[in-house]
Design a protein around this ligand. Structure first.
Ligand SMILES: Nc1ncnc2c1ncn2[C@@H]1O[C@H](COP(=O)(O)OP(=O)(O)OP(=O)(O)O)[C@@H](O)[C@H]1O
Ligand SMILES: [Mg+2]
Length: 362
Protein backbone atom coordinates (compact mmCIF):
# COMPACT_ATOMS: atom_id res chain seq x y z
CA UNK A 1 0.00 0.00 0.00
CA UNK A 2 1.35 3.39 -0.88
CA UNK A 3 0.76 6.80 0.55
CA UNK A 4 1.39 10.13 -1.09
CA UNK A 5 2.74 13.35 0.31
CA UNK A 6 -0.22 15.29 1.67
CA UNK A 7 0.21 18.62 -0.08
CA UNK A 8 -2.01 21.47 1.04
CA UNK A 9 -1.55 24.50 -1.18
CA UNK A 10 -3.44 27.26 0.57
CA UNK A 11 -3.94 30.88 -0.35
CA UNK A 12 -1.15 31.93 1.95
CA UNK A 13 0.88 28.90 3.04
CA UNK A 14 1.92 25.51 1.68
CA UNK A 15 1.93 22.49 3.97
CA UNK A 16 3.46 19.06 3.25
CA UNK A 17 3.12 15.94 5.39
CA UNK A 18 4.24 12.37 4.85
CA UNK A 19 3.17 9.39 6.92
CA UNK A 20 3.96 5.71 6.83
CA UNK A 21 1.58 2.98 7.83
CA UNK A 22 1.94 -0.38 9.46
CA UNK A 23 -0.92 -2.58 10.56
CA UNK A 24 -3.34 0.32 10.33
CA UNK A 25 -1.24 2.64 12.48
CA UNK A 26 0.32 5.74 11.06
CA UNK A 27 3.70 7.19 11.93
CA UNK A 28 4.89 10.63 10.95
CA UNK A 29 7.80 10.67 8.53
CA UNK A 30 8.10 14.45 8.30
CA UNK A 31 6.22 17.64 7.61
CA UNK A 32 6.98 21.23 6.69
CA UNK A 33 5.12 24.51 6.42
CA UNK A 34 6.00 27.72 4.61
CA UNK A 35 4.28 30.92 3.62
CA UNK A 36 4.20 31.36 -0.15
CA UNK A 37 5.06 35.04 0.02
CA UNK A 38 4.34 38.10 2.07
CA UNK A 39 1.42 39.36 0.02
CA UNK A 40 -1.66 37.21 -0.65
CA UNK A 41 -0.95 35.35 -3.91
CA UNK A 42 -4.36 36.23 -5.32
CA UNK A 43 -3.07 39.73 -5.94
CA UNK A 44 -0.42 38.38 -8.36
CA UNK A 45 -0.89 37.51 -12.01
CA UNK A 46 -1.40 33.77 -12.67
CA UNK A 47 2.09 33.06 -14.01
CA UNK A 48 3.76 34.79 -11.09
CA UNK A 49 1.44 33.09 -8.64
CA UNK A 50 2.18 29.63 -10.06
CA UNK A 51 5.92 30.26 -10.02
CA UNK A 52 5.80 31.24 -6.36
CA UNK A 53 3.73 28.24 -5.36
CA UNK A 54 6.04 25.98 -7.32
CA UNK A 55 9.14 27.40 -5.68
CA UNK A 56 7.57 27.02 -2.22
CA UNK A 57 6.55 23.41 -2.85
CA UNK A 58 10.04 22.55 -4.14
CA UNK A 59 11.67 24.17 -1.14
CA UNK A 60 9.47 22.27 1.32
CA UNK A 61 9.97 18.88 -0.31
CA UNK A 62 13.73 19.35 -0.23
CA UNK A 63 13.76 20.81 3.27
CA UNK A 64 11.76 17.90 4.68
CA UNK A 65 13.79 15.39 2.69
CA UNK A 66 10.74 13.69 1.20
CA UNK A 67 11.71 11.19 -1.47
CA UNK A 68 8.17 10.36 -2.58
CA UNK A 69 7.11 11.88 -5.90
CA UNK A 70 3.38 11.26 -5.57
CA UNK A 71 1.30 13.96 -3.97
CA UNK A 72 -2.31 14.18 -2.84
CA UNK A 73 -3.70 17.68 -3.11
CA UNK A 74 -6.97 19.31 -2.15
CA UNK A 75 -8.91 22.25 -3.45
CA UNK A 76 -11.47 24.53 -1.88
CA UNK A 77 -13.68 27.54 -2.31
CA UNK A 78 -14.38 28.77 -5.81
CA UNK A 79 -12.14 26.10 -7.36
CA UNK A 80 -14.72 23.43 -6.64
CA UNK A 81 -18.44 22.80 -6.87
CA UNK A 82 -19.89 20.72 -4.07
CA UNK A 83 -23.45 19.44 -4.01
CA UNK A 84 -25.35 17.16 -1.67
CA UNK A 85 -27.72 15.00 -3.65
CA UNK A 86 -30.08 12.10 -2.97
CA UNK A 87 -30.37 9.28 -5.43
CA UNK A 88 -32.32 6.02 -5.57
CA UNK A 89 -30.29 3.34 -3.81
CA UNK A 90 -27.39 1.89 -5.76
CA UNK A 91 -23.96 0.49 -4.98
CA UNK A 92 -20.76 2.51 -5.26
CA UNK A 93 -19.84 0.59 -8.40
CA UNK A 94 -23.21 1.31 -9.97
CA UNK A 95 -22.94 4.97 -9.07
CA UNK A 96 -19.52 5.16 -10.72
CA UNK A 97 -21.19 4.15 -13.96
CA UNK A 98 -23.94 6.76 -13.87
CA UNK A 99 -22.40 9.64 -11.93
CA UNK A 100 -21.69 11.78 -14.99
CA UNK A 101 -25.26 11.45 -16.14
CA UNK A 102 -26.69 12.10 -12.67
CA UNK A 103 -24.36 15.03 -12.05
CA UNK A 104 -25.18 16.92 -15.20
CA UNK A 105 -28.13 18.85 -13.80
CA UNK A 106 -26.15 20.05 -10.76
CA UNK A 107 -23.13 21.43 -12.59
CA UNK A 108 -23.38 24.99 -13.90
CA UNK A 109 -21.16 24.30 -16.90
CA UNK A 110 -20.58 21.58 -19.46
CA UNK A 111 -20.05 18.18 -17.91
CA UNK A 112 -17.27 17.57 -20.46
CA UNK A 113 -15.18 20.29 -18.84
CA UNK A 114 -15.17 18.90 -15.32
CA UNK A 115 -13.52 16.17 -13.34
CA UNK A 116 -16.05 14.49 -11.06
CA UNK A 117 -15.74 12.71 -7.79
CA UNK A 118 -18.24 11.58 -5.19
CA UNK A 119 -18.51 10.26 -1.66
CA UNK A 120 -21.50 8.21 -0.52
CA UNK A 121 -22.36 9.74 2.85
CA UNK A 122 -24.97 7.24 3.92
CA UNK A 123 -28.23 5.46 3.24
CA UNK A 124 -31.67 6.75 4.13
CA UNK A 125 -35.29 5.75 3.65
CA UNK A 126 -37.62 8.45 2.37
CA UNK A 127 -41.31 7.81 1.66
CA UNK A 128 -40.62 4.10 1.83
CA UNK A 129 -37.81 4.31 -0.71
CA UNK A 130 -34.24 3.41 -0.01
CA UNK A 131 -31.90 6.19 -1.11
CA UNK A 132 -28.27 7.17 -0.89
CA UNK A 133 -26.98 10.56 0.14
CA UNK A 134 -24.10 11.58 -2.04
CA UNK A 135 -21.56 14.36 -1.86
CA UNK A 136 -20.81 15.34 -5.41
CA UNK A 137 -17.61 17.20 -6.23
CA UNK A 138 -16.83 18.78 -9.57
CA UNK A 139 -13.59 20.50 -10.49
CA UNK A 140 -13.02 22.27 -13.78
CA UNK A 141 -10.60 20.37 -15.94
CA UNK A 142 -8.59 23.51 -16.64
CA UNK A 143 -8.00 23.95 -12.90
CA UNK A 144 -6.82 20.36 -12.61
CA UNK A 145 -4.52 20.82 -15.59
CA UNK A 146 -2.99 23.92 -14.04
CA UNK A 147 -2.11 21.98 -10.91
CA UNK A 148 -0.73 19.05 -12.90
CA UNK A 149 1.57 21.43 -14.75
CA UNK A 150 2.56 23.37 -11.70
CA UNK A 151 3.53 20.23 -9.79
CA UNK A 152 5.21 18.55 -12.73
CA UNK A 153 7.47 21.58 -12.75
CA UNK A 154 8.36 20.73 -9.15
CA UNK A 155 9.10 17.12 -10.14
CA UNK A 156 5.91 15.83 -8.55
CA UNK A 157 3.00 13.76 -9.75
CA UNK A 158 -0.60 14.21 -8.61
CA UNK A 159 -1.87 10.88 -7.31
CA UNK A 160 -5.21 12.19 -6.12
CA UNK A 161 -7.25 15.33 -5.76
CA UNK A 162 -9.55 15.86 -2.83
CA UNK A 163 -11.32 18.82 -1.28
CA UNK A 164 -10.30 20.52 1.97
CA UNK A 165 -13.56 19.49 3.65
CA UNK A 166 -13.02 15.79 3.04
CA UNK A 167 -9.36 15.99 4.01
CA UNK A 168 -10.40 17.57 7.31
CA UNK A 169 -12.93 14.83 7.80
CA UNK A 170 -10.19 12.24 7.32
CA UNK A 171 -7.85 14.06 9.68
CA UNK A 172 -10.54 13.91 12.37
CA UNK A 173 -11.36 10.28 11.67
CA UNK A 174 -7.78 9.08 11.88
CA UNK A 175 -7.16 10.96 15.14
CA UNK A 176 -10.33 10.69 17.20
CA UNK A 177 -12.69 7.85 18.13
CA UNK A 178 -16.11 8.49 16.77
CA UNK A 179 -18.83 8.49 19.37
CA UNK A 180 -22.21 7.17 18.35
CA UNK A 181 -24.85 9.85 18.73
CA UNK A 182 -22.38 12.72 18.81
CA UNK A 183 -22.17 15.60 16.37
CA UNK A 184 -19.02 17.72 16.23
CA UNK A 185 -17.82 20.50 13.95
CA UNK A 186 -14.41 21.27 12.49
CA UNK A 187 -13.42 24.81 11.57
CA UNK A 188 -10.19 25.18 9.65
CA UNK A 189 -9.60 28.92 9.72
CA UNK A 190 -7.15 29.65 6.93
CA UNK A 191 -6.19 32.75 5.01
CA UNK A 192 -8.98 33.17 2.46
CA UNK A 193 -11.43 30.56 3.69
CA UNK A 194 -12.65 28.93 6.83
CA UNK A 195 -13.63 25.39 5.96
CA UNK A 196 -16.52 24.23 8.12
CA UNK A 197 -17.56 20.60 8.51
CA UNK A 198 -20.36 19.18 10.60
CA UNK A 199 -19.70 15.54 11.42
CA UNK A 200 -22.54 13.40 12.75
CA UNK A 201 -21.78 9.87 13.95
CA UNK A 202 -18.53 10.02 11.99
CA UNK A 203 -20.23 11.15 8.76
CA UNK A 204 -19.74 14.64 7.33
CA UNK A 205 -23.26 15.97 6.86
CA UNK A 206 -22.40 19.51 5.96
CA UNK A 207 -19.29 21.07 4.49
CA UNK A 208 -18.86 24.65 3.43
CA UNK A 209 -16.01 27.03 2.72
CA UNK A 210 -16.83 30.35 4.36
CA UNK A 211 -14.99 33.10 2.47
CA UNK A 212 -13.53 34.73 5.58
CA UNK A 213 -10.03 34.15 6.96
CA UNK A 214 -6.73 35.60 8.06
CA UNK A 215 -6.30 37.78 4.97
CA UNK A 216 -9.40 39.72 6.00
CA UNK A 217 -7.99 40.23 9.49
CA UNK A 218 -4.68 41.48 8.12
CA UNK A 219 -6.54 43.87 5.82
CA UNK A 220 -8.49 45.20 8.82
CA UNK A 221 -5.27 45.85 10.71
CA UNK A 222 -3.65 47.35 7.64
CA UNK A 223 -6.49 49.89 7.40
CA UNK A 224 -6.55 50.68 11.11
CA UNK A 225 -2.81 51.35 11.33
CA UNK A 226 -2.29 52.51 7.77
CA UNK A 227 0.31 49.81 7.16
CA UNK A 228 1.24 47.73 4.13
CA UNK A 229 0.01 44.14 4.08
CA UNK A 230 3.30 42.55 5.16
CA UNK A 231 3.69 44.91 8.12
CA UNK A 232 0.09 44.44 9.19
CA UNK A 233 0.57 40.66 8.94
CA UNK A 234 3.57 40.88 11.25
CA UNK A 235 1.67 42.99 13.74
CA UNK A 236 -1.22 40.54 13.69
CA UNK A 237 1.02 37.57 14.47
CA UNK A 238 2.98 39.34 17.16
CA UNK A 239 0.30 41.28 18.95
CA UNK A 240 -3.03 40.29 17.47
CA UNK A 241 -5.69 38.57 19.47
CA UNK A 242 -8.93 38.76 21.32
CA UNK A 243 -8.68 40.69 24.55
CA UNK A 244 -10.11 38.79 27.44
CA UNK A 245 -10.53 39.57 31.06
CA UNK A 246 -11.03 36.63 33.37
CA UNK A 247 -13.14 34.23 31.32
CA UNK A 248 -15.16 36.86 29.51
CA UNK A 249 -14.40 38.28 26.12
CA UNK A 250 -14.38 42.03 26.49
CA UNK A 251 -13.02 45.05 24.81
CA UNK A 252 -13.08 47.88 27.34
CA UNK A 253 -11.24 48.64 30.60
CA UNK A 254 -7.84 47.50 29.43
CA UNK A 255 -4.66 48.97 30.94
CA UNK A 256 -3.30 51.67 28.66
CA UNK A 257 -0.03 49.91 27.88
CA UNK A 258 -2.14 47.48 25.94
CA UNK A 259 -3.72 50.14 23.79
CA UNK A 260 -2.22 48.73 20.61
CA UNK A 261 -3.68 45.32 21.30
CA UNK A 262 -7.07 46.88 21.94
CA UNK A 263 -6.87 48.75 18.66
CA UNK A 264 -5.96 45.56 16.85
CA UNK A 265 -8.79 43.67 18.48
CA UNK A 266 -11.27 46.38 17.79
CA UNK A 267 -10.19 46.52 14.13
CA UNK A 268 -10.66 42.78 13.61
CA UNK A 269 -13.75 42.27 15.74
CA UNK A 270 -16.28 42.97 12.97
CA UNK A 271 -14.68 40.34 10.72
CA UNK A 272 -14.48 37.85 13.56
CA UNK A 273 -18.12 38.52 14.36
CA UNK A 274 -19.07 37.84 10.72
CA UNK A 275 -17.17 34.58 10.77
CA UNK A 276 -18.91 33.42 13.92
CA UNK A 277 -22.25 34.46 12.46
CA UNK A 278 -21.66 32.29 9.39
CA UNK A 279 -20.74 29.37 11.61
CA UNK A 280 -23.85 29.95 13.75
CA UNK A 281 -25.98 30.03 10.63
CA UNK A 282 -24.62 26.70 9.44
CA UNK A 283 -25.17 25.17 12.89
CA UNK A 284 -28.76 26.47 12.97
CA UNK A 285 -29.37 25.02 9.54
CA UNK A 286 -28.01 21.66 10.60
CA UNK A 287 -29.85 21.60 13.91
CA UNK A 288 -33.17 22.56 12.35
CA UNK A 289 -33.03 20.03 9.55
CA UNK A 290 -34.88 16.79 10.31
CA UNK A 291 -34.25 14.87 13.49
CA UNK A 292 -30.69 16.04 13.91
CA UNK A 293 -28.99 16.62 17.21
CA UNK A 294 -27.11 19.60 18.51
CA UNK A 295 -23.38 20.14 18.02
CA UNK A 296 -21.50 19.26 21.16
CA UNK A 297 -17.97 20.32 20.32
CA UNK A 298 -15.98 22.38 17.85
CA UNK A 299 -12.48 21.44 16.72
CA UNK A 300 -10.46 24.38 15.43
CA UNK A 301 -7.37 24.42 13.26
CA UNK A 302 -5.76 26.41 10.45
CA UNK A 303 -3.17 29.16 10.64
CA UNK A 304 -5.66 31.70 11.90
CA UNK A 305 -6.56 29.44 14.84
CA UNK A 306 -3.21 30.65 16.19
CA UNK A 307 -4.69 34.08 16.76
CA UNK A 308 -4.59 34.56 20.50
CA UNK A 309 -7.83 33.55 22.26
CA UNK A 310 -9.79 32.90 19.10
CA UNK A 311 -10.85 29.58 20.62
CA UNK A 312 -12.32 31.37 23.63
CA UNK A 313 -14.03 33.87 21.38
CA UNK A 314 -15.72 31.17 19.28
CA UNK A 315 -16.63 29.16 22.33
CA UNK A 316 -18.20 32.09 24.10
CA UNK A 317 -20.13 33.29 21.08
CA UNK A 318 -21.41 29.85 20.12
CA UNK A 319 -21.79 28.55 23.68
CA UNK A 320 -20.05 25.36 22.65
CA UNK A 321 -16.74 23.93 23.90
CA UNK A 322 -13.85 24.52 21.50
CA UNK A 323 -10.63 22.55 21.33
CA UNK A 324 -7.70 22.44 18.90
CA UNK A 325 -7.78 19.59 16.39
CA UNK A 326 -4.58 17.73 17.18
CA UNK A 327 -3.36 16.30 13.85
CA UNK A 328 -1.14 13.83 15.73
CA UNK A 329 -3.60 12.69 18.38
CA UNK A 330 -3.33 9.09 17.24
CA UNK A 331 -0.42 9.35 14.84
CA UNK A 332 2.84 8.10 16.20
CA UNK A 333 5.85 10.37 16.32
CA UNK A 334 8.99 8.32 16.46
CA UNK A 335 11.28 11.06 17.68
CA UNK A 336 9.10 13.25 19.87
CA UNK A 337 11.97 15.44 21.05
CA UNK A 338 12.97 16.29 17.49
CA UNK A 339 9.45 17.30 16.51
CA UNK A 340 8.15 18.82 19.73
CA UNK A 341 8.85 22.49 19.05
CA UNK A 342 8.01 22.26 15.40
CA UNK A 343 4.63 20.69 16.15
CA UNK A 344 3.83 23.37 18.72
CA UNK A 345 4.50 26.02 16.12
CA UNK A 346 3.06 24.42 13.02
CA UNK A 347 0.60 21.77 14.25
CA UNK A 348 -2.46 24.00 13.68
CA UNK A 349 -1.60 24.29 9.96
CA UNK A 350 -1.46 20.55 9.34
CA UNK A 351 -4.88 18.86 9.49
CA UNK A 352 -5.66 19.18 5.75
CA UNK A 353 -2.27 17.81 4.70
CA UNK A 354 -2.55 14.99 7.25
CA UNK A 355 -6.04 14.17 5.97
CA UNK A 356 -4.51 13.87 2.50
CA UNK A 357 -1.53 11.84 3.69
CA UNK A 358 -3.77 9.07 5.10
CA UNK A 359 -5.41 8.35 1.75
CA UNK A 360 -4.25 5.15 0.06
CA UNK A 361 -3.12 5.75 -3.48
CA UNK A 362 -2.34 2.26 -4.79
N1 LIG B 1 0.44 33.51 14.88
C1 LIG B 1 -0.58 33.79 14.07
N2 LIG B 1 -1.62 34.55 14.50
C2 LIG B 1 -2.63 34.86 13.70
N3 LIG B 1 -2.75 34.44 12.43
C3 LIG B 1 -1.74 33.67 11.94
C4 LIG B 1 -0.62 33.31 12.72
N4 LIG B 1 0.20 32.55 11.96
C5 LIG B 1 -0.39 32.45 10.75
N5 LIG B 1 -1.55 33.11 10.73
C6 LIG B 1 -2.47 33.25 9.59
O1 LIG B 1 -2.81 31.99 9.10
C7 LIG B 1 -3.19 32.11 7.72
C8 LIG B 1 -2.61 30.95 6.98
O2 LIG B 1 -3.22 29.79 7.48
P1 LIG B 1 -3.42 28.51 6.59
O3 LIG B 1 -2.12 28.02 6.11
O4 LIG B 1 -4.27 27.58 7.36
O5 LIG B 1 -4.24 29.12 5.35
P2 LIG B 1 -4.18 28.68 3.86
O6 LIG B 1 -4.40 27.20 3.80
O7 LIG B 1 -2.96 29.20 3.22
O8 LIG B 1 -5.43 29.45 3.23
P3 LIG B 1 -6.82 28.94 2.66
O9 LIG B 1 -7.06 27.55 3.12
O10 LIG B 1 -7.81 29.89 3.19
O11 LIG B 1 -6.67 29.02 1.17
C9 LIG B 1 -2.68 33.44 7.25
O12 LIG B 1 -3.77 34.32 7.04
C10 LIG B 1 -1.83 33.94 8.42
O13 LIG B 1 -1.94 35.34 8.59
MG1 LIG C 1 -6.12 25.99 3.92
Amino acid sequence: MAYAIGLDIGSYAVKVSLLKERGGRFTLVNFAVSDIGEEPIDTLDPAQKNAMIQATVKKLVIESNLKTKDVAISLAGDQIIVRYIKLAYMTKEELKGVIRFEAEQYIPFSIDQVVLDFHILGEITEEGQKKIEVLLVAIKEEVVNQYIQLLQGAGLNIALIDIDGMALHNALEVNYEKKEGETVAIINIGAKYSNLNIVEDGVTRFSRDIPIGGINLTNDISKEFNLGFAEAEKLKREQGGIIIESENVILTRIPSKEDKRVRIYSSISTTLGKLVMEIRRAFDFYESSSKKRSISKVFVCGGTSKLQNIDKFISERLKIPVEPLNPFNKIEIADVAAFDEKIKQYGPFLPVSIGLAVRKIK
